[in-house]
Structures are given as C-alpha cells and as structure tokens.
Design a protein around this ligand. Sequence first.
Ligand SMILES: [Zn+2]
Length: 293
Amino acid sequence: MSENKINRRDVCKTLLAFGGLTLGGLAVKGQTATPTPTTATAPTAGDVLEDQKIADAVKRGATMEEIAKLRDPIAGNPQEALRALKTGNARFFSGSARRPELSAAERRAQILGQTPFAVILSCSDSRVPTEIVFDQSLGSLFITRVAGNVVEAGTTGSIEYAVGHLKTHLVVVLGHEGCGAIKAALLPAEERARETPSIQALLNQIVPSVSKIPKIRDEKAKLREAVVANVRQQVANIKKEPAIQRAIASNKINVVGAFYEITSGAVDFFETDEDLRIAQTAYDSCNWRAHLA
Ligand SMILES: [Zn+2]
C-alpha cells in the first residue's frame, strides 16, 4: 500500500467516525497532508456549564473533594475511552483543538487523586507530545514513554498500575511516523553494535518485530511498516501479561495499537484482531523478558 493511500485512509477513517469536523488546512486529496497550526476553539455548552458550576462552587467555598466531583468523567468504558481519543485527535489534526485546561481550583483538587481514562505507551520522541496529539487535559491520560514504545519491566509495571489501581479503560501502544528508534533497529547488526550497551539493549527489543517485514523499496513506506509491526508486537506482549488478560476477560479494558502521522497530525488506530495480526513465524521470538535475561 502506498503512503498516499495510507494517508487518505487514515484521515478518512477518522473523519467518517466523527463526521462534521472542519478539515482546516488538511490536504485530503493531495500527496501529503498540510500541517495545520492548531488553534484553541470555544468550549462546548457542556464545558461552559461545568465551568460555571465549578466557579460557583469556588465562590461558595466548596471543599476540594466537592470540586473534584463536579466534572463528569470523560469515559466510563473502553469504547468511550477510544472515542474520546479519536475525537480529541480529530480536533487536533483539523485545527480545532480546545487545549483543555483546568481551573486553578480543579488543578489543586487533583492532589486528592487521579482518574485517567486511558494509559498510553508511546515513544520518547519530542514530536509526539501525547496530551497535545489527543487534545486532553491534566489528569486524563496515564502515559509511559520510552524510545520505540517497547514493553519492558518499567513500562509493563506502569501499564499494570494504571489498569489495576487507577481503573483506566484503555491501553494504547502509540507508534509514530519517522521513529528514530525503529529506524535504528532496521540498521545492520554491525552498525547497531557501535551504539552504547544500553541503546543496544533497547534496540534488541525492537529488532525481532521489524527484521522480517516484507521487502519494501520506498524508505518511508518501509519505516511505516516497521513501526506498525513493532506496535502490533508490543500490543501482543502487553496482552500476554496475566493481569492484563484478566482485565480484558472482565471487559474492564481493551488494548489497541495506533500510528501517529507527524505530517498530518492524524492517528490511525489498530483495533481489530485483523488490524493487530502479526506474522507468527517472524515474531514468535520477541519477548522482553528474554532480552533482559
Ligand atoms: Zn520514536
């Protein structure tokens, strides 16, 4: 599949799901999507009502506990959580980001606890600021970031904490266009061997998932294929964890993959078994515990 087809498909999928959004400067028919500067837009009627309730509560001297309960939860189940991320990203890439901020009183009330609706394993890359990409506010997302968005002890523990203790509804592995970690994992072994031991250890967790992708001449398309292969593998790794399996079995959470396209700002989600299918012969050996041994 060509990059152009991928770009249009990604954008169209999001727009179909959340029709009626203004595209802004996005070049749907063009070869590449035009980056659109995001501008904050007016909040919805519901947001205004909630803001007013909170302002009134502050005026009458409400406690932090009361203030913390005044805003409705963003999502109550995996489906609503995924929808919230998709709509937030659609606002972002179409130039309609709300850039939601909390009042000072609400921010102070957050010291009482956190209730993020999704946990996201994403790359450390400076061009992938997760809250901005999904147009979410303080306290909405529990994020663990590591170059190449790989599953290892720290990221697994973080995800399991969010699922088990914070009652998040969705786990997302977010890869991205132009990922340097994935690009490095595609290099010949002798080149990777010049890196520091720690970088090599990190790359070794990516190499199995990207080493058997089909031969693709176009470098950009090849890198995208490798990023997506790694996302699929990391989703599979997360789903192997017993605590995650229990949460999925009881319909508390869902685990999905995603690809963030820097040029358009759009995130393409991989939700179905077919979307997340990996080549068994290529990836069977990928297990983060084996790499740490
Ligand atoms: Zn990256």
